[in-house]
Design a protein around this ligand. Structure first.
Ligand code: URA
Length: 208
């Protein structure tokens, strides 16, 4: 079973309170999403392997450790973009892939409408990002599409998670760890996380 990491860090919790507030502006909301994503990235990369490297300081040679494993951030369009922007500040060398999915209104099955990934995705640590893990249908399908393209080491980062989404991802993809800044109580009839923060895409891009 994949790990479920729920951050208890005071700085993250403070930012979550601001994100939940309906009066938070689009500008501040987008900045906060990026900041929370950056802080979650710090947790999700704790186990990255290190390679020894000698570095010449102005005084001597120091034995150092560096990260050489390729990292790919994959935002699920469109709300995931808000998270990816913040994560790139911590991981400036990471590549960024994109995946877009919609739900077919008749079959209700997720359909991929866009996918662009780096060619070394199979060797890469993949950080899949979507702010809201609600029913889990989109994340579950996105992980399947990534695996079909060779991704082997995938973690899912979200701002808020609901029990349904966590359960679906853990059951369908027990190899995937989930990192979230908060774990909410439930979904409403429309599939929104409650208490949640509303529609993350609309709030990041100011479309409502
Ligand atoms: N997507 C959102 O943007 N918000 C939710 O609460 C659930 C899914």
């Amino acid at each position: 079973m994949g790990k479920l990491f729920i951050s208890e860090h005071p700085l993250i919790q403070n930012k979550i309170a601001l994100l939940r507030c309906k009066d938070t502006s689009t500008k501040e909301f987008k900045e906060l999403v990026g900041e929370v994503a950056l802080l979650l990235t710090y947790e999700a990369t704790r186990d990255l392997p290190l390679v020894e490297k000698e570095v010449e300081t102005p005084l001597a040679v120091a034995k150092c450790h560096v990260v050489e494993e390729p990292i790919t951030i994959v935002p699920i369009l469109r709300a995931g973009i808000g998270m990816a922007d913040g994560m790139q500040r911590l991981l400036p060398a990471a590549k960024v892939g994109h995946i877009g999915l919609y739900r077919d209104p008749e079959t209700l099955m997720p359909v991929e409408y866009y996918c662009k990934l780096p060619s070394d995705i199979a060797q890469s640590r993949v950080l899949l990002v979507d702010p809201m893990l609600a029913t889990g249908g989109t994340a579950e399908a996105a992980i399947s599409f990534l695996k079909e393209r060779g991704a082997k080491d995938i973690s899912l980062l979200c701002i808020l998670a609901a029990p349904d989404g966590v359960k679906l991802v853990q059951q369908s993809h027990p190899d995937v760890d989930i990192y979230t800044a908060a774990y909410d109580e439930k979904l409403n009839e429309e599939g929104y996380i409650v208490p949640g923060l509303g529609d993350a895409g609309d709030r990041v891009f100011g479309t409502k």
